[in-house]
Design a protein around this ligand. Structure first.
Ligand SMILES: [Fe+2]
Ligand SMILES: [Fe+2]
Length: 622
C-alpha cells in the first residue's frame, strides 16, 4: 500500500485555521466599528491592521504550502480527504473562490478518471458557483461562458442519476438547473434560454428512475418546486425572457390560482405580486400606468417599515428584497411611459432611498451590493438634478463600503490639494478641462475646476460597489481570477454613469484611473493618452496612489508607506506610470507635500473615525 502523506489530522488543522482566520477578521471588523467613539480608537485601528496583515500572510503561506506539498501520487483515501475538505469549505462558504476553485480544478481530472459521478457533479457545481461569484460582478459578455459550462456539464451526467448514492448529490442536478435559470436572466444573451433550462429540468424530474428514487424525497422535491417558482418569477420580472406569452399565461394562471389570495405571508418576496401584474399586462387587463401605480401602492402600503435592529434578519432580508424587486419592476414599466409620469413612483422611490441608505454594509453584502448598483441605475433617471444623484451615489458607497467611501474622500481631498497647486504654479496644464481654452479662463473659473477635480476623486471608484465582497475585503492575496475581476471596476463605474449627461465629464476619469501615463494598465481598450481630460486622469491616478500606498486602515494588504516613500516612487516612475509635469509640480511644492503628508497620516485617522461614527449612528437610527 502507498504511504499516506496527507492525513485527516493535517487537513482538519488546515480547515480550522482557515475558519479561525475568517472569524478573526470578522471579529476585528466589528470591534473597529463598535469602539469608534473610544478615546483609544487609534490603538484598535493599528492592532487590527497588524492582525489582518498576519492573517493575510498566514493564509497566503497556507495556500501556497498546501498546493506545493501535494504528493505526486495519492491513494484513494487521500483524494477523498481532499474532496471532503473542499466539501466542508463549500458548505461554510469559506475561501470558495481563492482556495476552493483551485482545489476543485485539481480534483476534477482524478474523479473523471475514476468515473465517480457524485464527485464529478459536485466539483462542477463548486466550480460553477465560484465562477458565477466572480463573473457575475463583471456584467461582461464572457461571464456566462465561464460559469455556464460547469452547470451545463452537470446535466450531461443525467444518465447516471441512479448510480449516485446520496440525495444531497442528486439534488445538485436540479440546483444546477435552478442556477442556470436564475443566472441566465441576468445576461441578455441568455435570457431566451430560461424556458429551455426549465423544460430540461422537468424532463429529468419526470424520468422513471428519478421518480422512483426521489419522487418523494423532501430535499429534492423542494428544489424542483423552487425551480418552478423561480422560473415564473424570472419571466415575470423580465418580460424580455418571455418567448412564449401563451405558455407563460397558462403557468401564471395555475400558480396564481393555487396561491389564492396574495399576502405578505404567502408571498414574502413579492414574486406572486409581480407575476400577477405581468400576467394582467400581457392579458391587457391593466395598463402600464395602472401597473406602476399598483406596485407603488403595494410598496408603500402593504410592506411594513424595515427595521434593521430587529433580530429576525431573515424577515428583514425578505422585506428588503421584496421592495427592491417590486421597485425594479415598476421602474422598468415606468420607462415605457412619458417622462411626466415619472412622479408616479416618487413615493416609492423616497422609501427605497431611505431604506437603501440605512442598510448596514454588513447586512447580506453578497445579495445587496449588486441590488444597490442596479437600484442606482433605476433611481437616477427619476431624480431631478445632479446634486441629488451625487448624494444618493455617495450615500450608497458609504453604506455599502465604508472603506471605499473613506478612500474616495481621501482621493478627492488630495486631488483638490494638487489641483490648487496646479492653479497656482502651472494653470496651463488644465487647459481643455470643462471646455476652458485659455489660462485666463481657467483662473477665472477656479472654483468650478476645483470642484470638478474634487468630484472626480469622489467618483473614481464607484464601480467597486459592484465588485464581489470577497474581492473587496481580501484577507489574503487575490488569486489571478479575482485580480482579473477587480480590474473591471473602472469599466463598471463608467458604465453606471456613462449615459447620464450630468456625469459625462467624469466618465473618462473613472474609466481611466488605473491607466498609466504612457497608456498601459487597464482597461486595455480605453485610450487615456488621447482623452481630452488626460491631465485629470493623471492627477487622480497620483492622488489614488498617494492614498492607497499610505493606507493602513482600509486595506488588508496595508502598504502603510509614508508619503515621502510614495513621492520617491512618483519620481522614479515619472514619464511612464505618472505624469512628469504633475510629479515635478508636487515635488517642488513643499507646502503641498506637507499637506498631503498630514492628510495621509493623522488626517486620514480623523476622517476615518468621523465616518465610522457616522456609519454607526446611521445604523442605530435606522
Ligand atoms: Fe480604482
Ligand atoms: Fe481608488
Amino acid at each position: 500500500m502507498e504511504e499516506t502523506v496527507i492525513t485527516e489530522k493535517q487537513l482538519n488543522e488546515l480547515y480550522e485555521t482557515l475558519k479561525m482566520n475568517s472569524e478573526l477578521v470578522g471579529e476585528w471588523n466589528n470591534r473597529l466599528m463598535a469602539s469608534c467613539e473610544d478615546a483609544n480608537w487609534s490603538e484598535v485601528v493599528y492592532e487590527r491592521a497588524k492582525i489582518l496583515r498576519e492573517v493575510y500572510q498566514e493564509n497566503e503561506k497556507l495556500f501556497n504550502e498546501f498546493f506545493s506539498s501535494l504528493p505526486m501520487r495519492m491513494s484513494w483515501q487521500e483524494w477523498d480527504l481532499l474532496f471532503e475538505l473542499l466539501w466542508n469549505l463549500h458548505e461554510n462558504s469559506l475561501y470558495v473562490v481563492s482556495f476552493g476553485l483551485r482545489l476543485a480544478r485539481y480534483l476534477l481530472p482524478h474523479y473523471e478518471d475514476m468515473r465517480d459521478f457524485a464527485k464529478i457533479v459536485f466539483l462542477n457545481y463548486a466550480m460553477g458557483c465560484a465562477h458565477y461569484l466572480l463573473f457575475d460582478q463583471t456584467l461582461n459578455a464572457d461571464g456566462p461562458s465561464e460559469w455556464l459550462q460547469y452547470f451545463e456539464r452537470i446535466t450531461t451526467y443525467e444518465d447516471h442519476y441512479a448510480e449516485i448514492p446520496r440525495e444531497a448529490y442528486r439534488g445538485l442536478f436540479f440546483t444546477a438547473y435552478l442556477n442556470l435559470i436564475q443566472y441566465s436572466a441576468e445576461y441578455p444573451s441568455l435570457s431566451g434560454r430560461a424556458s429551455e433550462f426549465r423544460d430540461r429540468c422537468m424532463a429529468l424530474w419526470n424520468r422513471e428512475e428519478v421518480q422512483k428514487l426521489d419522487g418523494n424525497a423532501p430535499y429534492v422535491k423542494a428544489i424542483v418546486r423552487n425551480v418552478e417558482e423561480q422560473y415564473l418569477n424570472i419571466l415575470s420580472m423580465n418580460p424580455s425572457c418571455i418567448t412564449n406569452a401563451e405558455e407563460y399565461c397558462v403557468l401564471a394562471e395555475q400558480a396564481l390560482n393555487k396561491m389564492g389570495r396574495i399576502n405578505l405571508k404567502s408571498d414574502p418576496l413579492g414574486y406572486y405580486k409581480i407575476m400577477e401584474n405581468s400576467y394582467k399586462r400581457i392579458q391587457k387587463q391593466t395598463s402600464e400606468e395602472a401597473s406602476v401605480v399598483s406596485m407603488s401602492d403595494y410598496i408603500l402600503k402593504a410592506l411594513p417599515a424595515i427595521n434593521f435592529e430587529k433580530s429576525d434578519s431573515k424577515r428583514t432580508w425578505q422585506l428588503l428584497r421584496n421592495e427592491h424587486s417590486c421597485f425594479a419592476y415598476a421602474a422598468k414599466a415606468l420607462k415605457k411611459l412619458p417622462a411626466e409620469k415619472g412622479n408616479l413612483l416618487q413615493g416609492a422611490l423616497n422609501r427605497l432611498i431611505k431604506d437603501s441608505v440605512h442598510t448596514p454594509h454588513t447586512f447580506y453584502p453578497e445579495d445587496f451590493n449588486w441590488t444597490f448598483y442596479e437600484f442606482y441605475g433605476l433611481a437616477a433617471p427619476l431624480l431631478d438634478n445632479a446634486e441629488d444623484k451625487l448624494s444618493l451615489l455617495l450615500n450608497l458607497i458609504l453604506r455599502r463600503q465604508p472603506t471605499t467611501y473613506v478612500h474616495s474622500i481621501m482621493v478627492s481631498k488630495i486631488a483638490r490639494m494638487i489641483g490648487e497647486s496646479v492653479l497656482e504654479h502651472n494653470p496651463s496644464l488644465f487647459i481643455g478641462l470643462l471646455g476652458y481654452a485659455t489660462e485666463k479662463e481657467i483662473l477665472e473659473n477656479r472654483e468650478k475646476i476645483l470642484s470638478y477635480v474634487e468630484r472626480s476623486g469622489l467618483l473614481h471608484d464607484v464601480g467597486k460597489c459592484r465588485v464581489a465582497i470577497i474581492i473587496n475585503t481580501q484577507d489574503r492575496k487575490l488569486s489571478e481570477d479575482e485580480y482579473g475581476i477587480l480590474k473591471y471596476h473602472p469599466s463598471l463605474g463608467a458604465k453606471l454613469l456613462e449615459d447620464d449627461p450630468d456625469f459625462t465629464p467624469y466618465v473618462d476619469v473613472i474609466r481611466g484611473h488605473h491607466k498609466t501615463y504612457d497608456g498601459k494598465g487597464y482597461p486595455k481598450d480605453f485610450d487615456n493618452v488621447n482623452s481630452p481630460v488626460r491631465v485629470l486622469i493623471d492627477l487622480i491616478r497620483l492622488a489614488d496612489s498617494a492614498d492607497a500606498g499610505t493606507d493602513v486602515l482600509g486595506r488588508y494588504y496595508t502598504h502603510g508607506k509614508t508619503f515621502q516613500m510614495i513621492l520617491d516612487e512618483f519620481k522614479a516612475d515619472a514619464g511612464t506610470i505618472y505624469n512628469p509635469d504633475l510629479v515635478a509640480l508636487i515635488e517642488n511644492d513643499k507646502e503641498l507635500c506637507e499637506k498631503i503628508s498630514h492628510q495621509t497620516s493623522d488626517g486620514r485617522m480623523e476622517l476615518y473615525q468621523k465616518i465610522c461614527i457616522e456609519v454607526m449612528n446611521m445604523h442605530k437610527n435606522a
